[in-house]
Design a protein around this ligand. Structure first.
Ligand SMILES: [Zn+2]
Length: 156
């Protein structure tokens, strides 16, 4: 968020501001800035809004397991923070697909996991991946899903 008005010493006066991510304008008082208001109602709202678009993603961790592991997950569409976290853990983001809401993303994730986990679940130390992500991994020998195909209901 960038303030367009100068702070004039009145902490309660609304100031014009703009979001640096999506350019949405807003007015915000200095007191709200100081008390940790979300930087942008639109962006930070969409991050939590289950009806906002979400993404399903596929990451390869080539250094885990015997032959590498795939992980499927979901995230919002506001930032790539979650994907960057996996990359910092040594993952390569192979695919992302945007869908209309969180429930749709979860359904695709579940479909992929139900296909791969029974045959190729891997036991990884939970601290190897952030956010407990090891439960969403399977051994790469079992194959790589086509996310758009999974979303369209085609066989994996
Ligand atoms: Zn924004």
């Amino acid at each position: 968020m960038q303030l367009l008005d100068e702070f004039d010493g009145d902490p309660g006066r609304p100031l014009q501001a703009v979001c640096l991510r999506c350019d949405a304008p807003r007015t915000v008082a200095w007191t709200a800035v100081c008390s940790g208001t979300p930087p942008c109602i639109r962006c930070d709202g969409a991050r939590l809004d289950p009806d906002a678009p979400h993404r399903v993603y596929l990451v390869l961790f080539a250094h885990l397991g015997d032959v590498g592991v795939y992980k499927v997950g979901i995230t919002h569409c506001v930032t790539d923070d979650r994907l960057r976290v996996h990359e910092r853990s040594g993952g390569v983001v192979l695919d992302t697909m945007q869908v209309r809401d969180r429930a749709t993303a979860l359904a695709i994730e579940r479909r992929v996991l139900e296909h791969y986990l029974p045959a190729a679940a891997v036991a990884l130390r939970p601290d190897l991946l952030p956010h407990g992500g090891t439960t969403e991994c399977w051994s790469a020998h079992a194959g790589r899903p086509n996310l758009s195909g999974a979303a369209a209901g085609r066989p994996l």
